[in-house]
Write a new protein. Structure first.
Length: 153
């Protein structure tokens, strides 16, 4: 699986850890930065990962910042992106099963590295359930399309 990953300065260390972990499992990881702990603007990195997922270059995305909140807010501004902030494996499982989330957000200062790996594994290994949940995801997509249409009028 191709996975796009990025972090801001507050989560640089966790990004490096997850990148190494995923590569070690045979996953193809596309690193969109940041490349140090120097202060950066997280929306820039959210955009890089989201565009990679939108284009199909990556199947899933992972975004990391200190709390995960900023990245999740920024990511959900991109059409077709369903980003979920997960602090434990239960949310990671059900956001895939029921919401078909395609971007995982984790807060590096609120989630330890071991748990972050577990959350990532569950997120990447869980398939979308479809059925009644697809109807709901389609409703989200419809709302997104309507909002886009309204903003273009």
């Amino acid at each position: 699986m191709k996975i796009a990953i990025a972090a801001d300065h507050g989560a640089y260390d966790l990004k490096e850890e997850l990148k190494k972990y995923l590569s070690g499992k045979g996953e193809e990881v596309i690193d969109y930065g940041t490349d140090s702990t120097a202060s950066v603007h997280y929306p820039v990195y959210a955009g890089k990962v989201c565009r990679s997922v939108q284009s199909g270059e990556a199947e899933k995305g992972i975004l990391l910042c200190s709390t995960g909140i900023g990245m999740s807010i920024a990511a959900n501004k991109y059409r077709g992106i369903r980003a979920a902030l997960c602090h434990e494996t239960y949310s990671a499982k059900y956001t895939r099963l029921h919401n078909d989330a395609n971007v995982l957000c984790i807060g590096a200062l609120v989630t330890g590295k071991g748990l972050a790996k577990e959350i990532t594994d569950v997120f990447l290994e869980t398939e979308f359930e479809g059925g009644r949940h697809k109807v709901r995801v389609d409703m989200i997509t419809e709302a997104e399309n309507e909002e886009m249409k309204r903003s273009n009028d």
